[in-house]
Structures are given as C-alpha cells and as structure tokens.
Design a protein around this ligand. Sequence first.
Ligand code: BES
Ligand code: ZN
Ligand code: ZN
Length: 487
Amino acid sequence: MQVNVSDQNLNEIQADALCLVLFEGEGLSEVMQELDGHLQGELTDLLTLKEFKGKLYETIVVYTHGLIKSPRIILVGAGKKEEYESPRLTKNIAGAAARRAVKLGVKKLASLLPQQEATAGVIEGVILANYDAGIYKSKKDNSKIEELILVGADPKAVKEATSTAEAINWARHLISEPANVMTPKKIADEARKIARDYKLGIEVIDEKEAAKRKMGAFLAIAQGSDIPSYMLVLRYKSPRVSKTTLGIVGKGITFDTGGISIKPSSKMHDMKMDMSGAAAMLAIMKLVGETKPKVNIIGIAPVTENMPSGKASRPGDVVKSLSGKTIEILNTDAEGRVVMSDAFTYVQKLGANKIFELSTLTGAAAVALGPEAAAILGKPDSWVKLVIDAAASVGERLWQLPIYAEHKELLKSDIADMGNIPAVRSADVIAGAVFLGEFVNKGVDWVHIDIGATAWFDSEKPYLAKGPSGSGIGAALSLIKRLSSES
Ligand code: BES
Ligand code: ZN
Ligand code: ZN
C-alpha cells in the first residue's frame, strides 16, 4: 500500500473516503467542526440524534453529496476516553475503520491524525486490516485499499511504519499458505532470498549436516517426515562493535499432526500455522537487514513437519540433543520444544548472549490467556520486563508467567535427563518454558514467548481478518530498536 502525506484541508482532499475518529460521548474537535461547516451540520446531527455513539470500533458511513471533495466519511468510535490505550487501540481503531473501508470498496483512504505519535499506529492498523487471506480464491473480492493519505504526518515515521507493517503482512502470508506449499524447503528459499537481498550470512543445515553436528533433538522430529527439513540460520553483524548478540529463535513446524501422539482431526488443518515463529523470525531479519541496527542479531529456526510414519519417533524414545542432554519423548505432539532445544544450543554456540524466542508451543496458552495476550517467561526478570515494555510500546500485550524452582520437578524422567512433558499433565505453558530453559547457558538472558493463542485468530476481529496475526514481530523490532539505541 502506498502511504502519502498531505497538508491539505480535509474538505479539499480527494479520496474515496475520509476517516474520522470520535470518542464516546465527546463532541467534534475543532478540525471536525470546520469540516462539519462544509457538510451543513451533518456530523452534529448524527451526534445529537445519537445515531453514532463513538463506542469502540463502531463505524458509520456518511455521504457528503459533493459538499466536500471526498464522497464519504467513515466515522469510527474510539470508546471511552478514560479507557483509551495507546498505541494498541490506535492501531485497532484505525484497523476497524480500514476494514469498513475495504468492505465498501475504498481504494484511496484519507485519515486525519489525532496526534503525531499516532502515525505508526494508524499506518500499521490500516495495512494489517487490508490483508486478506483468500489467496487461492479464483474470484477475488478485489477490494483492497491501495493508497492511504495521512494528513499532517511526518514522512520519516511514515516510511518506517509502512515497512514494518508490510513485513508483518509478508509473514502473515507465509503463515496463511497451506503446508503443501509452505514446506521447509520453501521457507529455506525465503531465507536465502532475504540473505541475498540484505547481505546477511546464511546457513541452511540439512538433515545430513544436522546429523554430523549431532542435532539429535531436531532430527528426532524431522525423521518422521518424507520431505527434507532444515535448521535455518541468518546472521546480521552490526556495523559497530557490539557486546550484544541477540538470538531470534522461531518455531518452524510447517505442519503439526502431533506425530504418533496424533492430534484429533477437528481443527488439525489449523496446524499449518505452527511455523508462525519461523515466519516471524524471517520478517524480523528482513527488517534488520533494512534498518541495520547497532547490535548483532542471529535468526534461527528449525523447520520441519511433525508427521506420524514408520520412521517417526515413538512415545518413550530417548534422544540425545546437541547440548548433550538426553530427552525422553513422552509425547510426540510436544515436538516444538524438542526441535527448539537444538536451536537454542546452536544459536548460543554462534555467540548469542540474549535470546528472544517465539513459538506456537501450547494449546494451553489459549486456556490461560486467550488470544488477547501472549505468555512470556524467562530469566532474568529484568530481561523479561524489558521485552514486555518494548512490546507494550508498539501495542503488543505480553503477560508474564512464573518459573518457580518447584516447576523444574515437572519434567523429571525415569530414564533420561528430562521428559518433554510432565508425567502428570499440569502447567503446560510453564513446563514448555522450563524445558527450553534447560538449554540456556549460564549468563545468557532469555525469553520464551508462547504465541500459541495469539498467532492465529479463530474469528474475525473488527480490525483484523480471521487467520494469522503476525504476533511477536512488532515486539521484537521494538526490542531491537531499544538495544540498538543503548549500544
Ligand atoms: N503446536 C502445538 C500447540 C498449539 C495447539 C498451538 C493449538 C496453537 C494451537 C504444540 O506442538 C502442541 O501440540 N502442544 C501440546 C503440548 C502438550 C502435549 C504438552 C498441546 O498444547 O497440547
Ligand atoms: Zn504438537
Ligand atoms: Zn506444534
């Protein structure tokens, strides 16, 4: 989408629709009053007749009958002023207006910026709302916003927000693609393309090479699939010496059947989204290549299917991970942590001293928090807090769950160093983090973010289509920006 800046008066702008935001119970702002003058008081009438209340995500379309240059206005509600939360709601409100615009067939949308700080939120909201997952429909609805005009925005902020949002949509596209298309090989090709475009270092470790390097945990899952699997690594080196090397680790299961511990068939098709962490990693590395931050960054993702077959790991199998620690695979459906353990070990071997990891690790994340927040766990607390803060500053909610010393007991195995699930099922989200924590070296800061409930929306939101959300990408980019400006 093209995003352009304008300083024309609202009545002069020629777009398919103008978007205006109103809080619940609040009157028109000065600029809106001026516009209302041109509209012979139509906006005032709407408010006094209470046809539009300004409730959160409420929208109404007003036709302007040639009184101003744009043929219609989309009014969108921002809810109660005291409940307003920036930038999360800025994004969502802009998204709600944009989705209404998309449904009207608007190609050119203009919006007034409530304030400069809202630039990124509005752009991201509109670009994310404009995404449609119906990529294989023969008859395209064909309605997409092609141009957004922002009145009074700063062009530099516009450029940055636009490329961030486009990268998030690119990741959402990878996630939407079915597992017969978005194979590990296809994802490896995407990684190669990013490495080429931005001159990043790359390693595509195939199964033969992984066996040589003793990535036994990764291979224990990969061996069940008939198609090739890869451990993908992208490396970015800061132009300035930096003591921070951030590892961005993403789970890349292109399809999770559960393996021999097979999943029930209802909703199994959604498990094409189990590579959302890997897609996020690629999008993040794309933007890292574009923005060149002052910290070293290594992106890593194990990409493989999790299939049941004659070659698949069985429940009870014991495997030796790259770290040397042995794992009893009690449940082959808890495959994410198994493949990720080797990614953790390898990224630290390459020099990562801070870890930011995204995985669709558990269904229990949805039980605990639903799609409104992703669970975050890690050590030390200061690193967890830093990530939560960075995420909040771009409107992403992360909610910390604890890791107590007692939780370590969960993964005791009779035969190996650890099991991959608790013998008696409990604290699923925490158990996942405890498992991963076993593969973190002393002195390395780490967070595990369980995007199991946030990566994929089961139903449409007023501001976002059903399907992939791009969860975690904005948080990582915001974190990288902070680390970069500190060093
Ligand atoms: N990929 C799933 C988790 C998942 C489920 C993500 C539904 C999004 C929606 C993961 O590999 C898995 O199957 N986890 C198991 C772990 C359990 C066996 C401890 C789960 O959550 O049931
Ligand atoms: Zn699974
Ligand atoms: Zn999985």
